[in-house]
Structures are given as structure tokens and as C-alpha cells.
Design a protein around this ligand. Structure first.
Ligand SMILES: Nc1nc(=O)c2c([nH]1)NC[C@@H]1CN(c3ccc(C(=O)N[C@@H](CCC(=O)O)C(=O)O)cc3)CN21
Ligand SMILES: CC(C)C(=O)C(=O)O
Ligand SMILES: [Mg+2]
Length: 299
């Protein structure tokens, strides 16, 4: 399982043959630049879900219920779940926590006809009570709490449970105790499956701002961030040197000597043999402009 938040990333994840996509509330952090997952709204999650659904016809798509949309009561939880499925187009929803009230909420959503994925261990929406993105289940009591919460969610009808940031033996014990699959993140290799955030595994989440919120457990399977920065730098340099666009990237001039904007007309003209007109003398590069825009933005 990998997260996706937009059409293009969903196409990538589908093309790679990955079974499940999570439209995670981690979008708040990687797509919107917040320091935690709390600020994202249900409306924004719905937009992300719709974009992902358009890009990924094959994988099972799970949408995160955002913070604040489902905690008040089991009855309240059904409404955002229905919206994620009905308006967002997802196949299932995920909700955090294993306290009795959350288990009841999961049960109510399942009874409404919506498949629910649980999420225990480090539950980022509870950052306020956890005191940060801290590993969970590190004491005997904590480990028992994680396994018992997972069992309760299974009992409530969840079809799978995410185990986030718990010691490997705790995740292994939960996986053995449960009949439904466990999906680990920072929880060792003995879960039924694994999930990672798209930008983390591709090396695209590298803003210095975010070093404190990037999980240390993530392995980078690629360095797309460096590839993107290199390509953008080359584009800028070529534009500044006026070596882009070259003739191959520019339609030839219209025989009627009007400014040509229709590529179709240009292509037809080129296929007829075309007419090479002498190049116009170059205008000097507008060196003032760059300073003007950067200066005005700083103000
Ligand atoms: N980009 C991104 N990747 C994620 O995996 C992710 C998000 N965002 N946002 C939502 C949550 C937050 N996550 C996090 C963030 C940080 C740590 C982290 O720093 N963990 C420490 C443990 C620290 C401790 O035990 O006290 C680690 O060493 O992994 C873990 C999970 C996982 N999720
Ligand atoms: C880290 C995963 C499990 C998640 O909930 C998210 O990306 O929002
Ligand atoms: Mg999440």
C-alpha cells in the first residue's frame, strides 16, 4: 500500500502494480505543508480522493477520515464515511484509534455498509495527547493495549488494521492474533503488508522545515526529489540562456506572416514543404524583469 493525493501519483502507484492506495490525511503535511495532519478538512480530503480515483482504476482505494470529522459519536462518524465513498469515490475508509468510542464508530460505519480499515499504535491525529510522533507499544502495558485495540477493531468488523510505529515483536504478535491483515509502517517486516507515504519512499519530502516531522523509519527507494530539482534547474538555465525553446520546440512561422498560434496550421504548412523565413533579430533579454518580480514579491 502507498499513499497518493492526486491524479499523477495515483497513475504511478497503479502502474507499479501496488494493491492498495491510501488517500492519507498526511496530505496535510506533504501536499499542503502543515506540520501535522490535524488541519486538513473533509472537503479537501474529498478533492484528493476524487483525483486519485480518476488516476487509479485497479487498486483498492482507502480514504482517511480527517481529524474532527468522526470523534464526537458513532452516529457522527457515519456521515463523513458516507461522503468519502459517495462523493470521494473511495472503496473504503480508514479511521484512527482503538478506544471503545472509536470501536463503536467503526462498527456503525461497517453497519452502514462501508468497509473500514483501523489504525492503531502511533495515531498522528492524537499528537496532542501522545506528545509528538512517538513510537507506541514499547512497554508491556502499551504492547497489550495495541494488540487489544487491534482485536477490538477486528471484532467491530474492520477488514484490516494499520500498525504504525510499534516494535516489530508487537506488530508480529498482533498479526498472529488477528485473522484480518495488518499493514505496517515503522512496525517491522512481520505484518501482512506494508504502507509508506509516496513522497517519503520516492525521496520527495525533503524540505528542511520538515526534517522534524519526517519519520526515521522510511527507506527511500528513489531520489525523485533530486531528479526534479535538477530538471527544473536545467529548464531555468536554458530559458535564461535562450537555448530553450529551440527550433524543434517552436512551430514555424505562418506563411501569411501573422503570429502563428495554431499548431495544426503550422503542421499542415510544414507538411506541404513549408517556407523558411529568415529569423528575426533577437531582442536583448529583459534583465530588469527578474529583479522587478523578486523585489516586488519580497515587499
Ligand atoms: N511524510 C509523512 N510520512 C509519514 O509516514 C507520515 C506523515 N507524513 N504524516 C502523518 C504521519 C506522521 N508520521 C510520523 C512522523 C514522524 C515519526 C518519527 O519521527 N518517529 C520517530 C520515533 C520517535 C520516538 O519514538 O519518539 C522515529 O524514529 O521513527 C513517525 C511517524 C507517519 N505519518
Ligand atoms: C501513514 C499512513 C498510515 C497514514 O495514515 C497517512 O498517510 O495519512
Ligand atoms: Mg493518516
Amino acid at each position: 500500500m502507498v499513499t497518493a493525493y492526486d491524479y499523477s501519483s495515483a497513475v504511478h502507484v497503479d502502474s507499479a502494480g501496488i494493491d492498495l492506495i491510501l488517500v492519507g490525511d498526511s496530505a496535510a503535511m506533504v501536499a499542503h505543508g502543515h506540520d501535522n495532519t490535524l488541519p486538513i478538512s473533509l472537503d479537501l480530503m474529498l478533492q484528493h480522493c476524487r483525483a486519485v480515483v480518476r488516476g487509479a482504476p485497479r487498486p483498492l482505494i482507502v480514504g482517511d477520515l480527517p481529524f474532527g470529522s468522526y470523534e464526537a459519536s458513532p452516529a457522527q462518524a457515519v456521515e463523513p464515511a458516507v461522503r468519502l465513498v459517495k462523493e470521494g469515490g473511495v472503496d473504503a475508509v480508514k479511521m484512527e484509534g482503538g478506544a471503545p468510542s472509536r470501536v463503536s464508530a467503526a462498527k456503525a460505519i461497517v453497519e452502514a455498509g462501508i468497509a473500514v480499515m483501523g489504525h492503531v499504535g502511533l495515531t498522528p491525529q492524537a499528537i496532542s495527547v501522545l506528545g509528538g510522533f512517538r513510537a507506541q507499544g514499547k512497554t508491556v502495558d502499551g504492547a497489550l493495549k495495541v494488540v487489544e485495540a487491534a482485536l477490538a477493531l477486528q471484532e467491530a468488523g474492520c477488514f484490516a488494521v494499520v500498525l504504525e510505529c510499534v516494535p516489530s515483536p508487537v506488530a508480529a504478535a498482533a498479526t498472529q492474533a488477528l485473522q484480518i491483515p495488518t499493514i505496517g509502517i515503522g512496525a517491522g517486516s512481520l505484518c501482512s503488508g506494508q504502507v509508506l507515504v509516496y513522497h517519503d519512499l520516492l525521496g520527495m519530502f525533503q524540505s528542511p522545515n520538515h526534517s522534524k516531522v519526517t519519520p526515521k523509519f522510511c527507506k527511500q527507494f528513489g531520489n525523485a526529489g533530486a531528479v526534479i530539482t535538477k530538471a527544473l534547474t536545467e529548464y531555468r538555465e536554458h530559458v535564461e540562456a535562450r537555448s530553450f525553446p529551440d527550433a524543434a520546440c517552436t512551430p514555424s512561422r505562418c506563411p501569411a506572416r501573422t503570429l502563428m498560434t495554431s499548431p495544426m496550421c503550422c503542421r499542415r504548412w510544414a507538411s506541404m514543404g513549408g517556407l523558411r523565413l529568415p529569423r528575426l533579430p533577437r531582442r536583448p533579454p529583459p534583465t530588469m524583469q527578474r529583479n522587478y518580480w523578486t523585489e516586488s514579491r519580497r515587499r
